[in-house]
Design a protein around this ligand. Structure first.
Ligand code: GDP
Ligand code: IMO
Ligand code: MG
Length: 433
């Protein structure tokens, strides 16, 4: 038995969905523990593309238990739409294979409007959020005024909470953001109805996880976003509003840290970022455009173009430290084909000095200049390769260099979007074996 946490090591969209989908084969439970439908996790199976925002990426595998933990913020409408969509596409035929924590907080309509309204008035200093209401929903959670799933099952409780919240939210929406407020009736019945539909899936997920661990089952924890979007350890304030790090599995799913066996970091062979914020290796030239086109770097949630740049070992070292990574899964290596030469950022230069790690006295990365190593690229099409030894010498050198610069083993290499397009080196469920 093994309990494996999978997290993104950059700024999200590293290919977590693809890897979690393929690792689900070895897992009995797949658990989301933070974030909400700001996530867009893409799976390509049999030529068909499925994007999951809230449902764990194990959902395409019959016989697996998928869990949404208390740490996730749930937009009930999106959840129900997603359930409908996967069923329509022939997946998720067993209603008992999805369990949702009753304690999960809800994204309410006012959260979305506040998120969008704030971004509008912030102008140039906006965060570039996904506009899904994530920040305002987590704010209410921490403020102890949030609405949880279980509140929907108690109409009187929900009525009181909604009335109180609306007084404050309408005041803020109308007075500060100059947006329309909400009437009680616009929300109440709709949400009571959502509650009725979602209730059969809800339960105490911490106990289920505990029971399954005692039975010796394999659990895969599915991180959303990426390390550098973490509210504490990311590029604040250009981050999301949850802890995206592996350690948050414990709070977001109700499990102790002693139960985690390994942490796998999903790492793109280059770097991307959506939204605002510093990005030292960003390429605003033709090469950046090439990466964007070849990598189809457009947001799976909002469709926004992703900013693209070279691989950044400084970011990775940070991710390895704060997550305690056991290994790296390198994705989208195929996107680097035919580039001529490839650069890797091995350090940052700041005020004339080189840093292997983020300078601690630095407020953000804006003033860091990347220090690059240049490597020869490769021309071969690597999408069909399944064995490391079949990769061209230069592609192997690139992987070795990443391992050397980060001091961490690459355990799998993804060479295409499809589930089968992968070079498996070491099964993470056997990493500690
Ligand atoms: P996630 O948020 O980390 O799950 O990543 P996204 O799904 O938002 O973005 C990753 C994108 O890259 C998706 O379009 C995937 O289908 C695609 N993808 C994943 N792995 C590979 C790969 O190895 N090669 C290529 N070309 N595309 C990949
Ligand atoms: P997955 O799980 C990439 C980014 C947004 C914005 C910042 C804050 O698919 O990797 P938010 O709506 O969370 O308040 O936005 O975080 N962001 C993501 N970027 N992938 C994601 O998820 C993201 N989720 C949020 O673009 O910069
Ligand atoms: Mg994504």
């Amino acid at each position: 038995m093994s309990n494996i946490v999978v997290v993104g090591t950059q700024w999200g969209d590293e290919g977590k969905g693809k890897i979690i989908d393929l690792l689900s084969e070895y897992a009995d439970l797949i658990v989301r523990f933070q974030g909400g439908n700001n996530a867009g996790h893409t799976m390509v199976v049999g030529g068909e593309t499925i994007i999951s925002h809230l449902l764990p990426c194990g959902i395409l595998h019959p016989g697996k238990l998928c869990i949404i933990g208390n740490g996730v913020v749930i937009d009930p409408q999106i959840l129900l739409e997603e359930i409908g969509e996967v069923k329509r596409r022939g997946y998720f035929s067993d209603e008992n294979s999805l369990k949702i924590s009753k304690l999960a907080h809800l994204i309410m309509p006012y959260h979305k409007r506040i998120d969008l309204g704030r971004e509008k008035i912030m102008g140039a200093s906006k965060i570039g959020t996904t506009g899904r209401g994530i920040g305002p929903a987590y704010e209410d959670k921490v403020n102890r005024t949030g609405v949880r799933l279980l509140d929907l099952f108690n109409p009187d409780m929900f009525r009181k909470k909604l009335e109180l919240n609306l007084q404050e939210k309408n005041f803020y929406l109308e007075g500060r953001l100059k947006e329309k407020g909400f009437t009680f009736d616009e929300i109440y019945d709709k949400f009571i109805n959502y509650g009725k539909q979602i209730k059969p899936y809800t339960t105490d997920i911490s106990s289920i996880i505990d029971e399954e661990i005692k039975k010796g089952k394999n659990i895969l924890f599915e991180g959303a976003q990426g390390t550098h979007l973490d509210i504490d350890h990311g590029t604040y304030p250009y981050v999301t509003s949850s802890n995206t790090l592996a350690g948050n599995v414990c709070c977001g799913a109700g499990m102790g840290p002693t139960k985690i066996d390994a942490v796998i970091g999903i790492t793109k062979a280059y770097t991307t970022r959506v939204g605002e914020g510093p990005f030292p290796t960003e390429l605003t030239d033709e090469v950046g455009k090439k990466l964007q086109e070849k990598g189809a770097e457009f947001g799976a949630t909002t469709g926004r173009p992703r900013r693209c740049g070279w691989f950044d070992a400084v970011l990775l070292r940070h991710a390895i430290r704060v997550n305690g990574l056991s290994g790296i899964v390198l994705t989208k290596l195929d996107v680097l084909e035919n580039l001529g030469s490839i650069k890797i950022c091995r350090a940052y230069r700041f005020r004339g000095k080189e840093y292997l790690h983020l300078p601690p006295d630095l407020e953000n990365m804006d003033h860091c200049e990347p220090v690059y190593e240049e490597m020869e690229g490769w021309k071969d099409n690597i999408g069909n390769i399944r064995k490391l030894s079949d990769l061209s010498g230069n592609a192997q050198k690139y992987i070795n260099e990443i391992e050397k610069l980060t001091g961490t083993e690459v355990t799998m290499i993804s060479v295409g979007a499809g589930r089968e397009e992968v070079v498996k080196l070491r099964n993470p469920f056997e990493l500690n074996a």
